[in-house]
Design a protein around this ligand. Sequence first.
Ligand code: OFO
Length: 170
Amino acid sequence: MIVEKMETALNEQINAEFFSAYLYLAMAAFFEEENLSGCAHWMELQYREESEHAMKIYKYINDRGGRVRLDVIEKPQDKWESPLAAFEAAYKHEQYITGRINDLMKLAVELNDFTTQSFLQWYLNEQIEEEANVNSIVQSFNLMGNDRRGLFMMDRELKQRQGSADIKKQ
Ligand code: OFO
């Protein structure tokens, strides 16, 4: 059985993960509109990954005999100044999510909830990759500057992303 305080915090994290999914889907739609199908594809896979992150917590709460409570998902921003600005926003968002996972871990430690600590370890590790992946894209965009050919190449590269296992290599 999971204590109520932990259950509430995990339910809030389900919402945060679904918001992440929604934000990345909004970015995918933005890139579609900009005719950058590789960037759109990358973001669409990110949307799927975030939904999986949410569902992993959903399952965990149920497995621990808790109660999943879904809340309203905030409307995401849907326009950015440039492809770089969108990826920068994604990087900032991942840093925010890392902070949230750290807070969840702190709470699990305070509550002596060893099972949840073990469960959250996966998310701590995942956040290292989430931040690193998007930051490396931001760095590539920065190097490229205003080079249109570079943008074309970058878009082609991002199209190669094949799913959660493959993204770690990009
Ligand atoms: Fe769920 O890791 Fe990104 O937000």
